[in-house]
Design a binder for this molecule. Structure first.
Ligand SMILES: [Fe+2]
Ligand SMILES: [Fe+2]
Length: 252
């Protein structure tokens, strides 16, 4: 599972690094958060196609997925490009899919937090329904919980412990150091981090982020050039019981 890909520079990093990583870890299924993959935020058809071409089986989203209206048709058409499920039926697209690799079928659920974010359906209730829908279809399920508050993410982790193989957070663009297997066998990490420029404020050119913070006026964000990191985790799951065996933090 790979953290938020930021702009063209992050997409280029993903294209350069992901195929080798997938081989190194012998990854069966790869999930990439793409909510910021377009230049200037959001996600476009071109960015999504590049992420799939880089090796993603599923693209997850977040609060920026709906930034561009021209992307709405793609969300409706694409089985494996998700937006958070708790936006509800009135929004384009869907937040659940099944990645079927033949030898393994993995459910992927994308949720948005509601603490300091949009007032959407309660993600805990939404997740209960998602699990009922997936129970007879998959060997196990993984969750991208796109959320701001650490406590909401960790609470969701323990809520889903033993019910899913993995739940990881995205959105803050800063990787956390709490990768762990919870008591009932669910892999957990509060935030995957980002796939984007190192010398930045969550992917944004620092001087522009400073201007925004100091003035509170509209500022057109740009991404700096320079070295990028790809960040995420590799999770090993026992297909027989759906429990995680290990979770390893990746930052390359
Ligand atoms: Fe993001
Ligand atoms: Fe976000």
């Amino acid at each position: 599972m790979v953290g938020d890909v930021v702009s063209a520079i992050g997409t280029e990093k993903l294209i350069a690094a992901l195929p080798r990583l997938k081989k190194e870890y012998a990854a069966d299924v790869t999930v990439v958060n793409g909510e910021n993959a377009a230049v200037g935020n959001g996600i476009t058809r071109q960015a999504a196609e590049q992420i799939f071409a880089a090796g993603a089986d599923c693209i997850t989203g977040g609060n920026h997925t709906f930034r561009r209206r021209e992307f709405y048709d793609y969300l409706d058409e694409s089985e494996f490009c998700l937006r958070p499920e708790n936006y509800g039926d009135a929004a384009p697209g869907h937040g659940i899919c099944v990645v079927d690799k033949g030898h393994v079928r993995v459910g992927v659920v994308n949720l948005l937090g509601t603490v300091f974010m949009e007032p959407l359906e309660n993600p805990f209730d939404c997740m209960d329904r998602a699990l009922v829908r997936l129970q007879d279809e998959v060997h196990f399920t993984v969750v991208d919980f796109h959320a701001e508050a650490t406590a909401e993410k960790r609470a969701m982790g323990f809520y889903l412990d033993g019910k899913v193989a993995a739940i990881v957070g995205t959105h803050t663009h800063v990787q956390t150091a709490d990768a762990q297997i919870l008591p009932n066998g669910t892999a957990y990490m509060t935030d995957l981090g980002m796939t984007g420029p190192v010398q930045s404020v969550l992917g944004v050119e620092p001087s522009l982020a400073i201007e925004k913070m100091r003035t509170h006026l509209p500022v057109r964000f740009q991404n700096p050039s320079g070295d990028c990191l790809l960040q995420g985790v590799c999770i090993d799951v026992d297909k027989a019981n759906g429990k995680a065996v290990c979770i390893e933090r990746i930052s390359v």
